[in-house]
Write a protein that binds this ligand. Structure first.
Ligand SMILES: Nc1ncnc2c1ncn2[C@@H]1O[C@H](COP(=O)(O)OP(=O)(O)OP(=O)(O)O)[C@@H](O)[C@H]1O
Length: 470
């Protein structure tokens, strides 16, 4: 759902708009009358509808189409094209729920501004819907490890207060889940939880999105702060908020009130503020990208959400939780996790944290065949991984073996590498690895490592043992 449907009875006009939008990277569909328009909408609702209000040779006029769309697909924004001098009709269309209107003959820049804003509105609506859909899932906090329980203890302490909380931690650790947990456990649970995705709102629209706006045509449109009244507003990735908006938010926090864009009166809201950051805010302040006063206001109770690497013992329970959740929500197979798959997961590198774990489980369930337990071989091999700073990560197969066998695998790999490094020279290898030459020989024999001559160079490989000839 990312295309734009253009409905106009004048072929030149619909093709002109389509060309302009095509140049801007949008995909378009075209319809020349109401029947074609309704067929397109019913087969797949577009992300945006551009609708001529006067349609010749059509059963329905533009207003009828608008009403039908607003009834059946209320989230599709509709931009009306009206003839010059038909402003009253355009205003009437806006009262019926049209997003905006453009007058013929229109100017390209004006057209594009309206379209961009309408598309962004559509995107934000979809995102919000998505969040609402994930609500139940994201309010659930799964984990048993000590670091997870310590964090949960901190969250429990703040649920009953109104204190502003700053959740920090890398991407995908569950900061939003933690914010929703606070909301769900607090006495604001029945009031809204509204997320402000600071990174995805266009800076020049931030004020309108947060504070809402007032126009003669459409009256009052509430912003996110007003929508969150009585509940919780969650500033996700607060460090991505433009400096200008930071000052405005600061003023709201101090005054407890604000003005809508284009409005004159003051709006009072009762909000609990929770914020999140994956960046080091001290460094952002130092670099002049974040306002110190705002930081002090938001950071009353700082809570660090541990990375998945800090709570590897939670990986099997999280995996089992996601398998069950994906079975319920998408009907994916309800598979168990074999012990070696579980062990391998606990040693993998997780830069994307819990979100990456969830995505991996989803991928394995979609691609895998059968309903048997998930095996280690279905998981990405260690070569796909990245190295981890804390060095706790082993190569894939090692993690799944008992110590004796793992040691053998390691010794074999290690000695093969060293012998080849020293061009097959056992004495130099023995010297480097810190073993007697004869002991190294015995070791190689027991591991099945042989050294052979290949194109004049000595190489080691695993097979039957051969006499060393130096
Ligand atoms: N403890 C948990 N129990 C269950 N699911 C979790 C847990 N932590 C995270 N998740 C899941 O991991 C995914 C990412 O979580 P969330 O969006 O809260 O992370 P985040 O830290 O806010 O990420 P970002 O900073 O990238 O927005 C979500 O699908 C969420 O449901």
């Amino acid at each position: 759902m990312s295309d734009i449907l253009i409905v106009d009875d004048e072929r030149d006009i619909r093709e002109l708009i389509s060309d302009i939008l095509g140049d801007e990277g949008y995909t378009t569909r075209l319809a020349g009358n109401s029947e074609e328009a309704m067929t397109e909408i019913n087969s797949e609702p577009p992300a945006l509808l551009i609708l001529d209000i006067w349609l010749k040779d059509s059963k329905m006029d533009g207003i009828d189409i608008l009403k039908t769309v607003k009834r059946d697909n209320p989230d599709v924004p509709v931009v009306i094209i009206s003839g010059h001098g038909n402003i009253e009709i355009a205003v009437a269309a806006i009262k019926q729920g049209a997003y905006d209107f453009i007058e013929k003959p229109f100017n390209i820049d004006q057209l594009l501004v309206v379209i961009r804003r309408a598309m962004e509105t559509s995107r934000l609506r979809r995102e919000n819907q998505e969040l609402r859909r994930n609500d139940v899932q994201t309010a659930e906090m799964v984990g048993q490890s000590a670091s997870f329980r310590a964090m949960l203890g901190q969250l429990d302490k703040v649920t009953k207060s109104n204190g502003r909380v700053m959740l920090s931690g890398p991407s995908g650790v569950g900061k939003e889940v933690a914010a929703r947990y606070i909301h769900a456990q607090s006495n604001r649970a029945s009031a809204p939880f509204v997320t402000v995705s600071c990174a995805s709102i266009e800076p020049d629209r931030m004020e309108e999105v947060l504070f809402g706006r007032e126009t003669p045509e459409r009256g009052i449109e509430q912003g996110l702060l007003e929508q969150a009244h009585g509940g919780v507003v969650f500033f996700d990735e607060v460090a991505d908020m433009p400096l200008g908006s930071q000052s405005k938010i600061l003023r709201v926090l101090v005054d407890q009130q604000f003005q809508r864009v284009g409005g004159t009166g003051k709006v009072r809201v009762d909000l609990r503020v929770i914020s999140s950051t994956s960046r080091d805010l001290d460094a952002e302040i130092e670099a002049g990208r974040f306002r110190q006063e705002l930081y002090h206001r938001l950071n009353v109770v700082p809570i660090a959400v541990p990375s998945l690497a800090e709570r590897r013992e939670d990986i099997p329970v999280l995996a089992a939780h996601f398998i069950e959740a994906l079975n319920k929500s998408q009907g994916l197979p309800l598979r168990e996790l074999s012990e070696d798959a579980s062990a391998l997961m606990q040693t993998m590198v997780w830069p994307g944290n819990v979100r990456q774990l969830r995505n991996l489980i989803e991928r394995v369930l979609i691609l895998g065949d059968g309903n048997g337990p998930i095996e280690a071989k279905e998981l990405p091999s260690s070569e796909e991984g990245v190295t981890d700073d804390d060095g706790v990560v082993l190569s894939g197969t090692l993690a799944t073996l008992p110590l004796r066998e793992a040691r053998e695998v390691f010794e074999r790999e290690y000695l093969l590498t060293q012998i080849n490094r020293f061009g097959g020279n056992i004495s130099r290898t023995a010297n480097f690895v810190g073993m007697e030459r004869s002991a190294l020989h015995r070791k190689l024999k027991s591991l099945g490592v042989v050294t052979t001559n290949k194109s004049g160079a000595r190489v080691a490989r695993v097979e039957k043992v051969e006499e060393d000839a130096e």
